[in-house]
Design a binder for this molecule. Structure first.
Ligand SMILES: [Mg+2]
Length: 174
């Protein structure tokens, strides 16, 4: 994959020769089960928060998220939530969850992903990123050399920046 990075977080992509890649795309994080992860020999997942688990303005995990996280725990899958959002948002979400987390992650930078693998005590071959954005979640996984699953965003944001990102992401979803 040919990528060049400038000032850490600005990404230049050669659209002809670069293909961010993921193992599978799903309608929802709920479609990803411990059984599926086992098939890929994945024992730990690094899960995006906003628009992957809940909409960006939904402050706490809903019942479906809690059930899914419990399902992962029962299946022996280690879970860490990794978000580019800020501390306040993350603390609201994880307040009563027994789970690892990183905020201000600056994906597609990979330093937080590498830290998370260390905290989870898991090899990169046994880990996967789950997220809704190609240019942050999937690209970070690709750059870190770990597997990735793309999920459809739970909600839709109305900012121009997000709309533009979704527009360019469509090129990789055909
Ligand atoms: Mg997201």
């Amino acid at each position: 994959m040919e990528c060049r990075f400038l000032r850490h977080s600005v990404v230049f992509l050669d659209m002809k020769n670069t293909t961010p890649h993921f193992l599978q795309a799903f309608d929802s994080y709920k479609d990803i089960t411990p059984q599926l992860l086992e098939k890929y020999c994945i024992h730990g997942i690094l899960v995006d928060l906003d628009d992957t688990l809940v909409t960006h303005n939904f402050p706490t995990p809903d019942e479906n998220v809690r059930l899914w996280l419990n399902q992962m725990k029962q299946g022996g899958i280690r879970v860490c939530i990794i978000s580019n959002n800020q501390k306040k948002r993350m603390m609201s979400f994880v307040a009563d969850l027994d789970i690892g987390y990183f905020y201000n992650s600056f994906k597609p930078r990979i330093h937080v992903i590498q830290s998370a693998l260390g905290v989870m005590n898991i090899k990169k071959e046994e880990a996967a990123v789950i997220g809704d954005q190609i240019f942050t979640d999937i690209l970070a996984a690709n750059r870190a050399g770990i597997k990735a699953f793309l999920v459809k965003p739970v909600g839709s944001k109305s900012t121009l920046f997000i709309k533009l990102k979704r527009y360019f992401e469509r090129n990789f979803l055909k």
